[in-house]
Design a protein around this ligand. Structure first.
Ligand code: FA5
Length: 356
């Protein structure tokens, strides 16, 4: 038989706990009640600790009774807490007044990334000039990224574009690479067009936009991942004058009628002759600033398509000629918006992005 005094004690623990709970009306009072009646040192818990000292007959009876008291207190606590919360909510709603003179909460709109904005503008301008968009792959073979463009294996000009290789050497001299420029798309596009009529391939006038990747040291004007927009025009009788006219017109459409541009002789294995295309920095008036460096900002490379590249694309260089260029849209956006560090583009810092 169990000790009747323990059973009585449990009953009085239950009763006094429930009585104390009945009048509580706030969260703080409830917490204090919980500490007094259900924490590790609460009277009902101490009964559990005493179980070990009881006889084997008493133990299950007292244990069960103590458990019932504990459950009763927990249940009552849960119900009281819910009632107090409901009461508080009702009071808050009753006291709430609608002040129609308060200023509205601003609605935050998403917006296009500055890179997307400049790309769309370039698509529009080139569209007006009669160029179509051709998309090409970001993972290339060495053959298309380099060899077809007149950079044979081991050619020193490959050092101009530090490359990310993405295979472990299984493909010998033709590894997979992340494209270092959009120029391999030139060969894909020409091959596709010339396949439609190998004897008389159709003229081509396209732009090839897309991401490029180079394993290089980043600085204010260099990123490891950046956009390029390649341009390619192939047909009978295309000259360097057409190239100059196209890029000068582009600069005027983008930056205004009075912008100054210059072509500097340069070298690319896939064009001959080759040039770099610079726009005068109108942020500093050509004096040199954080955006441009020396007064001019290089926005692309260009030249007349090399006969070997025309041939690789299925065009006879005796009958066809072409020009090509590769521009950096982010450099164009830097000039347009006065951005002094290209690394802001992919940092996802809202303080930068919200300015556009
Ligand atoms: C090329 O990539 C050539 N394929 C361009 C070309 C195409 C020449 C067709 C002739 C005919 P280059 O490495 O200079 O060239 O890059 C061209 C443009 O891409 C640069 O002027 C610059 O605007 C941009 N660019 C190049 N590297 C980076 C970089 N690391 N970060 C940001 N922009 C870059």
């Amino acid at each position: 038989m169990s000790d009747p005094t323990i059973i009585q004690e449990l009953e009085s623990i239950r009763q006094s706990g429930l009585d104390a709970l009945a009048g509580l009306n706030s969260e703080e009072e409830l917490q204090a009640w919980h500490a007094a009646h259900l924490s590790r040192t609460a009277p009902v818990m101490l009964v559990f600790q005493k179980l070990g000292k009881l006889t084997p007959e008493e133990r299950p009876v007292v244990g069960q009774a103590a458990n019932q008291v504990k459950v009763a207190l927990e249940t009552a606590f849960g119900e009281r807490s819910a009632a107090v919360k409901e009461q508080a909510l009702a009071q808050a709603l009753a006291s709430e007044k609608l002040d129609v003179t308060l200023p509205g909460r601003p609605v935050v709109h998403g917006r296009l990334h500055p890179d997307t904005q400049i790309l769309r503008e370039l698509y529009r301008v080139f569209g007006e000039m009669g160029f179509q968009v051709y998309r090409s792959r970001e993972v290339e073979t060495d053959e298309y990224n380099f060899q077809m463009l007149n950079f044979p294996v081991g050619h020193p000009a490959r050092d101009m574009q530090d490359t990310y290789f993405i295979d472990a050497g299984e493909r010998g001299d033709n590894p997979l690479v992340m494209r270092t420029h959009t120029s391999p798309g030139q060969v894909h596009a020409m091959q596709e067009a010339s396949a439609t009529n190998p004897q008389n391939p159709p003229p081509v006038r396209i732009i090839l936009p897309g991401m490029c990747y180079r394993y290089e040291q980043t600085d204010a004007r260099h990123e490891t991942q950046f956009d390029q927009i390649e341009g390619l025009a192939v047909g009978p009788g295309i000259t360097f004058t057409n190239l100059k006219g196209t890029l000068s017109d582009l600069a005027r459409r983008l930056f205004g009628q009075h912008v100054r541009t210059r072509f500097r002789a340069s070298y690319f294995p896939f064009t001959e002759p080759s040039a770099e295309f610079d726009v005068e920095c109108f942020l500093c008036g050509g004096k040199g600033c954080a955006v441009c460096g020396g007064g001019w900002l290089e926005i692309g490379g260009c030249g007349m398509v090399h006969p070997n590249v025309l041939r690789n694309g299925g065009y006879d260089p005796e009958r066809y000629s072409g020009f090509a260029f590769g521009l950096g849209p982010q450099r164009i956006a830097m000039l347009r918006y006065g951005i002094n560090d290209i690394r802001y583009f992919w940092e996802n810092d809202l303080r930068f992005l919200e300015q556009f």
